[in-house]
Write a protein that binds this ligand. Structure first.
Ligand SMILES: [Zn+2]
Length: 323
């Protein structure tokens, strides 16, 4: 027969809040490259150009920027600030492909927060004067990111942005199994995942919180463990930040689940990777902040965060800020 056809579907994950136009979209590989870059440069300021395309949607005011490439600017490793020269800009401009534009720039602020220094502002005005051109600041130590642009002499911070991912239909391992196993496998997988999530919420959070506020944690162990009764969340409320047009395949009725707490206090919960999951979406589901995905990657020794196997059990911190 013929060759196997690979089909792609696209998913967008919202980081932050959806704001007014312009809509900013980073391709996932660019996001990962930027994250890697800011990890490699943990001191001083380092950065580069953001290259991509500008699409007009309905009107000239409604447009979307898609960041497709990051071009680092070579600098001394101990440089205290990122200095863009005219030569850098020209080199990048000459290398633009059809339809590409310099959408802005990105640079690191390791440990000193996300903002634009006066020098940053002057540099932005000189090289990126258009109202749609962006400055992306990354503070890796504080796990903070921010996007600014200059509109009519006024600096504005964007409420959020999207991360775009192309997914091959056969990229994930469960595809064929799900077909032969029918929808019940999915129902089972979803119920199990909800159980894990509920267990994490029901057991992990109160006990961790109690431990922090309770001066005598030993008393906890003497108390007979009582079953915790918790209502399962619906699919909708557990995935608030995944933007996905695909209809939900499993109707999740609210159900009562009884769980006996284990003797030890779990600082971690297990999460079973489902079809369509990414580290982004999981971080969003569990913590409401997709940009914390690197914590999951680190905890589970995942070298390539853009590829995770369906069915894999991830060890996930119950509270990303209490590790
Ligand atoms: Zn700066």
């Amino acid at each position: 027969m013929g060759t196997e056809r690979v089909t792609f579907s696209t998913r967008r994950f919202l980081v932050g809040k959806a704001g007014p136009f312009p809509r900013l979209v980073f391709r996932e590989e660019v996001m990962l490259a930027l994250d890697q870059f800011s990890h490699l440069h943990s001191e001083g300021e380092h950065g580069g150009f953001l290259i991509g395309r500008k699409h007009e949607l309905k009107t000239a005011e409604q447009y979307e920027l898609t960041v497709e490439r990051f071009v680092p600017i070579p600098q001394r490793s101990d440089a205290s600030r990122l200095v863009i020269h005219q030569d850098h800009y020209r080199t990048v401009e000459l290398a633009l492909k059809n339809g590409e534009e310099v959408l802005g720039w990105a640079h690191t602020h390791p440990g000193f927060g996300v903002f634009l220094s006066n020098f940053d502002k002057q540099q932005h005005q000189r090289f990126f004067p258009e109202p749609w051109q962006i400055a992306y600041i990354m503070d890796n130590q504080a796990q903070e990111r921010a996007v600014y642009r200059l509109v009519d002499d006024e600096w504005r911070r964007l409420d959020g942005y999207y991360v775009l991912r192309d997914m091959a239909e056969n990229e994930v391992g469960i595809t064929s199994g799900a077909r032969t196993g029918g929808p019940w496998l999915r129902v089972l997988a979803t119920v199990l995942t909800i159980l894990v999530l509920v267990a994490g919420v029901a057991i992990g959070w109160p006990l961790v919180r109690d431990l922090l506020t309770e001066p005598e944690p030993a008393r906890q162990l003497a108390v007979e463990p009582e079953p915790v009764v918790q209502q399962a969340q619906t699919e909708e409320t557990s995935t608030p930040s995944v933007v996905d047009a695909a209809p939900s395949e499993v109707e999740t009725e609210p159900r009562v689940v009884t769980i006996t707490p284990p003797p030890t206090i779990p600082r971690y919960v297990d999460y079973v990777v489902q079809r369509g999951d990414t580290l982004w979406s999981i971080a969003g589901k569990l913590w409401g902040d997709p940009s914390l995905f690197r914590l999951i990657a680190e905890e589970n020794d995942i070298a390539n965060p853009s590829s995770i196997r369906v069915g894999r059990v991830l060890r996930v911190p119950a509270d990303p800020h209490q590790r």
